[in-house]
Ligand binder design. Structure first.
Ligand code: HEC
Ligand code: HEC
Length: 390
């Protein structure tokens, strides 16, 4: 071969390679363009300020009756027999932080519902009276005004009713409610607070409940990144957060249960966490209704402020959101094994909801869902401690 020949072969080879390369990058470029167009469309729709323009959610038929689209939190409603007043809120706040409602005079509601810890305690189980360990994870009281029933099993119907239960609970504050009310009524400094809130200085257990409930109804999220995004601030979301929102409503099917502005359908569902027949077993909703089909069901918790209220689930068994999403992605396969237990002579089985199934989310999709969930957290408010009356 002559030198000239070699050179022309090299030239041909070079041309072929660069042509191929060009084709390939055109294809990649086209894909990138398509993806960008898809994301731009999603961004436009979701931040349009009109949720009827959003892509259709993927729902199971059984969730249709309780489905409400996600969005802003509605305004808080106060019951007719316990209307709001600033004075009542202040009295409630003072009582919420007052350990004298407990037998030991050491434990306040705020010990387990600490404003700096997302109004929870970030522990798996809480310590109560005599440092006894509780049996369930402390729930945050943020946005609790929107819960239709209270506790993981829904055993309290109103905040007024609920507020006496931890005072009496032997593992929590362990004080008889009448004794607690008696102690409060002997504290001179409380008289003026009761008078301003209720018209006279008498401290009763009923008034204590009403005041605490009024304070709790005012503990609510501020506007989150999610709220700003859906209101039209289209630039506040990253692509991952946007994709996470879309996955939450579609492929990951979280909206079957976590829907409405509170991110809960307020129902009771079995996601396969009850550990029936094992150490740590918790019958959940069954303990309240005694209906066998409720064994292992828990209240669907709201997801606002979720990044602040770890660990997760009724037993605090999951430390991170990644773990929780991974659990859903796998459809909780361990649960296909038979689970049953005998409780008070009755054999109970726990049946996982059909809405918890293998989702096959990629690692990227899991990260995107997590990024979205974090946008439901709003800026922490500085809560000043009330002065405890003497
Ligand atoms: C020792 C820790 C502890 C103390 C003290 C405590 N709580 Fe709780 N709180 C919990 C735990 C644990 C749960 C969940 C229990 C369950 O579901 O069975 C809970 C649940 C709640 C809920 C239900 C939230 C929801 O979304 O359903 C409210 C409201 C609440 N507590 C308010 C209070 C008030 C008011 C006080 C004071 C009178 C108080 N707590 C004292 C640990 C505590
Ligand atoms: C079948 C209804 C259902 C579906 C579908 C569902 N959840 Fe849940 N979720 C629940 C219930 C019930 C609990 C409480 C379980 C427990 O405490 O044992 C829960 C708990 C959680 C928690 C922990 C909350 C806390 O305060 O501890 C997170 C986070 C969560 N879900 C996120 C998701 C995400 C993300 C998806 C979609 C991938 C999803 N859920 C799908 C019903 C559901």
């Amino acid at each position: 071969m002559t030198m000239k020949n070699v050179l022309s072969w090299i030239l041909v080879l070079f041309l072929v390679v660069s042509l191929l390369n060009n084709c390939l990058s055109n294809k990649v470029q086209k894909e990138v363009n398509q993806r960008n167009a898809f994301m731009n469309t999603l961004r436009k729709l979701y931040s349009s300020g009109d949720s009827s323009k959003w892509p259709k959610p993927i729902l199971d038929p059984e969730s249709a009756s309780s489905f409400v689209e996600i969005g802003h939190l509605p305004n808080v409603q106060f019951p007719d027999d316990n209307p709001y007043s600033e004075e009542k809120e202040l009295l409630g706040k003072t009582l919420f932080f007052d350990p004298r409602l407990s037998k030991s005079n050491q434990i306040a509601c705020a010990s387990c519902h600490d404003p700096e810890l997302g109004w929870s305690d970030n522990r798996t189980f809480s310590f109560g009276h005599d440092r006894q360990l509780g049996i369930r994870n402390a729930m945050s009281i943020l946005n609790v005004a929107h819960a239709k029933s209270l506790f993981w099993d829904g055993r309290a119907e109103s905040l007024e009713q609920q507020s006496q239960m931890p005072i009496q609970d032997e593992r929590e504050m362990s004080e008889h409610i009448d004794i607690a009310a008696g102690k409060i009524s002997k504290i001179k400094g409380y008289e003026i607070l009761f008078e301003k809130a209720f018209g006279d200085k008498t401290a009763t257990k009923d008034r204590i409940s009403k005041a605490i409930a009024t304070f709790e109804r005012m503990i609510k999220s501020r506007s989150s990144k999610f709220d700003q995004f859906i209101d039209g601030k289209s630039e506040v979301y990253t692509n991952d957060e946007l994709m996470g929102l879309h996955l939450f409503r579609t492929k990951a099917q979280c909206m079957n249960c976590h829907n409405s502005g509170y991110f809960s359908n307020s129902g009771f569902e079995n996601v396969g966490t009850s550990l029936l027949g094992e150490k740590g077993e918790d019958l959940g909703r069954y303990l309240v209704t005694k209906k066998p089909e409720d064994a292992g069901k828990f209240r669907v918790p709201g997801l606002r402020e979720i990044s602040r209220t770890f660990p997760y689930f009724h037993n605090g068994s999951m430390k991170t959101l990644t773990e929780v999403i991974d659990f859903y992605s796998k459809g909780n396969p361990e649960y296909s094994q038979k689970r049953s237990t005998v409780h008070e002579g009755i054999t109970l089985k726990s049946e996982k909801s059909g809405m918890v199934r293998m989702l096959e989310l990629s690692d990227e999709e899991i990260a995107q869902l997590e990024a979205f969930l974090k946008t439901l957290t709003s800026k922490t408010e500085n809560v000043s401690m009330p002065e405890l009356p003497r």
